[in-house]
Design a protein around this ligand. Sequence first.
Ligand SMILES: Cc1cc2nc3c(=O)[nH]c(=O)nc-3n(C[C@H](O)[C@H](O)[C@H](O)COP(=O)(O)OP(=O)(O)OC[C@H]3O[C@@H](n4cnc5c(N)ncnc54)[C@H](O)[C@@H]3O)c2cc1C
Ligand SMILES: NC(=O)c1ccc[n+]([C@@H]2O[C@H](COP(=O)([O-])OP(=O)(O)OC[C@H]3O[C@@H](n4cnc5c(N)ncnc54)[C@H](O)[C@@H]3O)[C@@H](O)[C@H]2O)c1
Length: 471
Amino acid sequence: MAHYDLAIIGSGSGNSLITEHWDGRKVAIIDAGIFGGTCLNVGCIPTKMFVYPAQLAASVAEAKALGVSMSFDGADWAAMRERIFGRIDAISEAGKNYRAHELENVTLYTEHVRFVSRNELNTASGQSITADNFVIATGSRPLMPQVEGIDLPQVHTSDTIMRLDALPKRLVIIGGGYIASEFAAVFSALGSEVTQVNRSGALMRQQDADISAAFTQAASARWGVELNAGLQGIEQRDDSLVVRLQRDGQPLELETDVVLVATGRTPNTDALGVAELGFEMREDGSLVVDEYQRVVAGGLPVEGIFGLGDAANTEQLKHVANREARVVIHNLENPDAMRPMDRRAVPAAVFSNPQIAYVGATEAQARAEHGADAVLSVIQPFGSTAYGWAMEDSEGIVKLLAHRDTGLLLGAHIMGHESSLLIQPLIQAMATGLDVATMARGQFWIHPALSEVVENALLGLEIPAGASAPL
Ligand SMILES: Cc1cc2nc3c(=O)[nH]c(=O)nc-3n(C[C@H](O)[C@H](O)[C@H](O)COP(=O)(O)OP(=O)(O)OC[C@H]3O[C@@H](n4cnc5c(N)ncnc54)[C@H](O)[C@@H]3O)c2cc1C
Ligand SMILES: NC(=O)c1ccc[n+]([C@@H]2O[C@H](COP(=O)([O-])OP(=O)(O)OC[C@H]3O[C@@H](n4cnc5c(N)ncnc54)[C@H](O)[C@@H]3O)[C@@H](O)[C@H]2O)c1
């Protein structure tokens, strides 16, 4: 039996917990999968490394309206894949070697583990690991609908689709959320014939209703979209796959070469033995944690056992996992002066085409929470600004929600060019409690940058600025 001061399960955001504080103390880091976790190996980073070149390819379609003749002559998929994974695989390997061989106090285990008691883990090969402190940072994995043909070799998840040997001629993507919408933009821009299939009537349905509707329209103009279509099964017919759907009550078949299933991700808590220990879990399988990120059993925090990331939140976002990791670092190192996680103003961006970015409440959520009369709402088109004219933009929108009485932002939702960048000052305003009137007029907005659309949206909320407000 090996005993440690700290045992971390999961090398994604969990890997950042091994600070200098642990020099001279014994740490176990355990990962049964690829070292470095989802974001580095199969998530945020490789996807966005495909998104950027895909964006370049897609710009050809916009150029014509601006009087520029450009052509798209194809994508060198193999070169792209080598560039991306040549960089990423080396980082993962170097991180693994560093943990395995270069730190005297750290032991790397590369096996699946599960809890057998609150202070002991068992590895798949039967080793025992005991520790004074544990961190559960086990992430999530793709959730697959259980239909006939889901195990066919041409049916992929986000874990494998980026490693395909060749760009598929035809691709059917099941799902209307983040992963489906990002890959639909990538593969269609690079030249695949893409059909995105969603069981409900709109894409990105978790978004504000105006954004979801606008995105569904924009996506439908770029690639095939089938709505209200439930997946019944997938089968091999001759050289093709046939995806069987039920659309609006009628059978529909789509022929394709490859299928990507992106129907949500489930936290890796089910094979961890945590239910047996009484650790509380939400309906989606994520661990309940208290404000200090300690797991909870019987309504009380369990001392010395922390949870973070996709295994312990409902957002499933890397910047949330990283911030939780910073809280866990502090609380492990300062058990007598623990600090809480701040969950205000959690933003996200969907790197599709067009991009979506948001922070705070949707209009429906804001009205439900504050009452319809208290919620001010405005939609400002990108095309209402000079930069929007330069781009000939007819799609982009900024939607802002603010509280009539406090003048504070309740939510911000942007769809369009680089909205993941445009949203940041709005996130800052929400995180720091900056009111709309001061934000709009208390600073210069660079003319004629696209950020003027945010300035104009703020002014459009028509919140009285007060006599001494900046002019
Ligand atoms: C395709 C895709 C694109 C994404 N893009 C973005 C994005 O643009 N922006 C963003 O913010 N987020 C994005 N995400 C989400 C982001 O990747 C995750 O929120 C984040 O990586 C979660 O980190 P984590 O540390 O919780 O878990 P992970 O990084 O998943 O780490 C968990 C690790 O634990 C290991 N493990 C699990 N169970 C056990 C066990 N019992 N024993 C041993 N080891 C175990 C796993 O092998 C894994 O390596 C994306 C996700 C995907 C799939
Ligand atoms: N840019 C980013 O920040 C980014 C990118 C990718 C993933 N992520 C994270 O990863 C998470 C998982 O992504 P995702 O796209 O898999 O999930 P998601 O929750 O965004 O979307 C899942 C989609 O699958 C559909 N669906 C669910 N079950 C189905 C079934 N049985 N048949 C047909 N459709 C079904 C849902 O209606 C929904 O449209 C996201 O919620 C997000 O937190 C973030």
